[in-house]
Design a protein around this ligand. Structure first.
Ligand code: NAD
Length: 434
């Protein structure tokens, strides 16, 4: 099948490479010339396991190419997949300007009977608006579909090759059959639903996971008041089949490029349709308040942040990616600097993206060596469960500060080992005597 993917960011480039690996002829189209030029050379401009290898092999086989030119990428396409960004506006609205700009550019080039599938996360009702918009710009026949994406950065290739489900929101049976044929090699779990259900399903999925994170953070905070250990509480919860033991992450709250913006959009949408008494506003508010609240609590344990040396381990929003969009580090580091702390940041992959995301803080130091980053620290703050950080031998370092606090923001470390290394331990929702 001839497929063009518009937007070769995290989602688009993975989809393009995976569809190419299924022997489709795929063109990745982006307006970012720098990005396209590096993709043409087989270089992925961000870190994602297994992607570069797949990209190179598919380009060599001639299944995959990249361009910035709508006039060459659109007329041949049987299926166009739109995967441009839909970031949050200041008021929480999903910014659909990239989506509409892509429609403006593609309209004059489409051929009859093309299927245009919107993979970008967009609010319910958007597909109807897109249909009206495109009909005003072309006389060609086309079918629209909603094709929400559920991949996780850090395991994006694996998730796309083996999705839990593929959701196809369509009105037309013909369009469904074509998109089903495209996805059939990936899974048998293909759900045909209304376009609005597909969009609601995507928002609900992210909002539910964000709610789960917020819920366990609230329980963790209560544990701090009574000596309970949140990890033991999770073990109890997990044995209940109605609840399950997976996806419990007490910590600093949710971040990344999707959860914060999708919860905000759902809150805004609820408000717009008159459902103003909803949990989404509260989830967003609790998540926003979490880092300031915890920083104040942690700061009180070291006599305030002023003049303290803090090693921040893990700058990406989660392991196995260098994406720092809404990462805890991006919210924490400016606050610590403003409070007078000196910061050294370490990350196995995100040292390349950190100077961009934290560009207004030139005083921030970076180290590519954990031992060097922590040797002089008063406080070590482990924000992300990178294996390089979890498996590091903290006892092997010669420290200069006699009093040291270790903040385990993901509850991932052996408390005894850290104590042996001379740290006072501070986890989330677990209190242990020194
Ligand atoms: P991204 O910002 O990494 O990539 C978007 C790309 O679109 C950029 O390369 C940009 O240059 C390109 N673009 C913008 N306007 C364009 C235009 N008019 N024509 C061609 N290209 C254009 O975004 P992303 O993280 O890949 O997310 C894309 C969509 O997928 C969003 O709606 C997001 O919510 C959703 N999503 C993302 C993830 C994730 O983990 N990143 C997961 C599921 C869903």
């Amino acid at each position: 099948m001839k497929v063009t993917v518009i937007g070769t960011g995290f989602v688009g480039v993975v989809s393009a490479a995976v569809f190419a690996s299924l022997e489709n002829t795929v063109i990745g189209l982006d307006i970012d010339e720098k990005k396209v030029s590096s993709l043409k050379q087989g270089e992925v401009p961000f870190f994602e396991p297994d992607l570069e290898k797949l990209l190179l092999s598919q380009q060599k086989l001639g299944h995959l190419s990249f361009t910035t030119n709508y006039a060459t990428a659109i007329p041949t396409a049987e299926v166009i997949i739109i995967a441009v960004g839909t970031p949050s506006n200041e008021d929480g609205h999903a910014d659909l300007s990239y989506l509409y700009a892509s429609l403006d550019s593609l309209a004059e080039h489409i051929k009859d009977d093309v299927i245009i599938a919107v993979k970008s996360t967009v609010p319910p009702g958007t597909l109807m608006a897109v249909e009206k918009y495109l009909r005003q710009r072309t006389n060609k026949n086309f079918e629209l579909a909603s094709l929400p994406e559920f991949l996780r950065e850090g395991s994006a290739v694996e998730d796309t090759l083996h999705p839990d489900r593929v959701v196809i929101g369509v009105d037309s049976e013909e369009a469904f059959q074509k998109l089903r044929t495209l996805h059939q090699p990936l899974t048998n779990t293909i759900l045909k639903v209304k376009p609005s259900s597909a969009q609601m399903g995507k928002y609900s999925s992210n909002a539910y996971l964000a709610t789960r994170i917020t819920f366990i953070n609230q329980i963790a905070d209560l544990c701090e008041h009574n000596g309970a250990d949140i990890e033991e509480v999770i073990a109890i919860l997990g044995q209940d089949k109605r609840i399950g033991s997976h996806y419990w992450y007490p910590g600093l709250g949710y971040g990344g490029s999707c959860f914060p913006k999708d919860v905000r959009e759902l809150a805004r949408y609820s408000q717009e349709v008159g459902e103003s008494n909803n949990i989404f506003n509260k989830i967003h508010e609790l998540n926003e308040d979490r880092i300031p609240k915890l920083l104040e609590e942690f700061g009180s344990k070291v006599g305030g942040w002023s003049g303290k040396k803090v090693a921040v381990l893990g700058l990406s929003f989660k392991p196995h990616t260098n994406d720092m969009r809404e990462a805890p580090s991006v919210r924490i580091i400016p606050k610590l600097l403003a409070a007078g702390a000196h910061i050294v940041g370490f990350d196995p992959q995100a040292l390349t993206s950190a100077p961009y995301f934290l560009k207004s803080h030139p005083q921030l130091e970076y180290s590519s060596d954990i031992a060097a980053a922590i040797a002089e620290a008063d406080v070590v703050m482990a924000l992300v469960e990178w294996p390089e950080i979890i498996n590091f031998d903290f006892e092997s370092v010669v420290y200069t500060k006699p009093q040291r606090l270790f903040i385990d923001a993901r509850n991932q470390f052996e408390i005894l080992a850290l104590k042996k290394a001379g740290f006072k331990y501070q986890g989330i929702g677990r209190t242990y005597a020194d």
